[in-house]
Design a binder for this molecule. Structure first.
Ligand code: UD1
Length: 341
């Protein structure tokens, strides 16, 4: 492996979870890592106090996509400024290897890796459709790892061991978990509330991650319904919550999707309708084509959909998920990076 290692990227939990997996694997091998993220988004919350990174930088960058022309120009200018700063960081720390997990936070360090002589870029693309930054920079990468790319040397997704440790084959639905991804999903929250009384009358326990913004409202609604649901906004112990459930109704962000698979927890995915290139739908379609999940568009959520799930054979789906993802992805990816020179 060349020089010091930088892990870059973030913005939302899906990218950051993979960044964490890299940081932990390098730390386990005694290889110091620098993290470069953004001041905007969730990067600081995930990495500011992480003792496993040697040093963390949070740059002043924002996304470019979904902005008007002036907003795009401002964001691009800022990225150029921070790219320059990354080149200084690389120079001082003798960085030779940059691993990007994508998202707008990754832009300056990724560009700096391309502009720095002798610096190697590796990309982990989490989604079924490549993000804009990765699309632009992938031709400069030594390797691109992705569960959805036929050419990827490692196809398993980096999932933490706790999701495998608590895996079990589900027989019948005694508990349902509702998951909205790192930010929560109002549509899933509303659907959960609309079927809560039915689930309660059938003796099915409700576990519900609401996201921070909608937490108070959802909690009060359950109180009004007099239902004793396990409601929380975000928990670091999501693996435990998943293991308590027999079925998930969830957004199809890539990290969540593969964690559920690792846990053998069957799911109905409700893709975020505004995801770039509809990538959440295609993330889930990859599993659906193998008969390993259900998909429902947000606009089609109804009690009838729930009835179909309750009548379905979740046992064979749960069994089928056992081999859908291997548990040593991050080790295999880091082996390839370390052996590169
Ligand atoms: C709106 C949007 O554009 N979302 C994107 C974002 O999703 P998002 O940030 O929601 O990402 P994911 O669903 O992939 O991952 C969320 C992560 O947060 C963790 N978690 C969640 C809830 C909780 O209470 N505790 C907890 O630890 C999950 O275990 C998971 O590891 O990044 C994903 C990966 O690039 C993309 O596929 C998604 O399309």
């Amino acid at each position: 492996m060349k020089g010091r290692v930088v892990v870059t990227g973030g913005g939302t939990g899906g990218h950051l979870k993979v960044a964490k997996a890299f940081v932990e694997e390098f730390h386990k091998r005694g290889i110091p890592v620098i993290f470069i993220g953004s001041k905007n988004g969730q990067d600081e919350a995930w990495f500011k106090d992480d003792r496993k990174v040697k040093k963390a930088f949070f740059l002043d960058t924002k996304g470019v996509v979904n902005k008007n022309l002036w907003g795009k120009i401002k964001s691009l200018f800022q990225i150029l400024k921070e790219t320059n700063r990354c080149m200084d960081i690389f120079d001082k720390a003798e960085v030779g290897t940059v691993i990007s997990v994508g998202g707008f936070s990754a832009a300056p360090a990724t560009f700096a890796s391309i502009l720095s002589m002798g610096c190697d870029l590796f990309i982990h693309e989490q989604n079924s459709k490549m993000g804009k930054l990765n699309e632009l920079t992938s031709r400069f990468a030594k390797e691109i790892f992705s569960s959805y790319l036929p050419s990827s040397l490692v196809k398993d997704y980096p999932v933490s061991s706790e999701f495998f440790d608590n895996a079990r084959v589900r027989e019948r639905i005694n508990a349902i978990i509702f998951l909205g991804g790192s930010q929560g999903a109002v549509a899933i929250n509303n659907f959960a509330l609309s079927v809560a009384s039915k689930l309660d009358s059938l003796g099915i326990k409700i576990i519900h991650q609401t996201g921070r913004v909608d937490y108070e409202r959802v909690k009060k609604e359950y109180e009004k319904l007099n239902i004793n649901a396990d409601v929380f906004d975000f928990t670091p112990d999501i693996a435990k919550k998943m293991s308590q459930a027999d079925f998930a109704i969830s957004r199809s962000g890539a990290s969540t999707l593969w964690e559920l698979s690792a846990n053998s927890l069957p799911a109905m995915f409700v893709p975020f309708p505004h995801a770039a290139q509809d990538h959440q739908y295609y993330n889930a379609k990859f599993l659906k084509d193998k008969g390993l999940c259900f998909i429902c568009r947000e606009k089609n959520l109804s009690v009838e959909v729930l009835d179909k799930i309750l009548a379905s054979d979740i046992n064979s789906m749960s069994k089928g998920l056992i081999d859908s993802v291997g548990c040593d992805a991050i080790e295999s990816i880091v082996d390839i990076i370390v052996e590169n020179n």
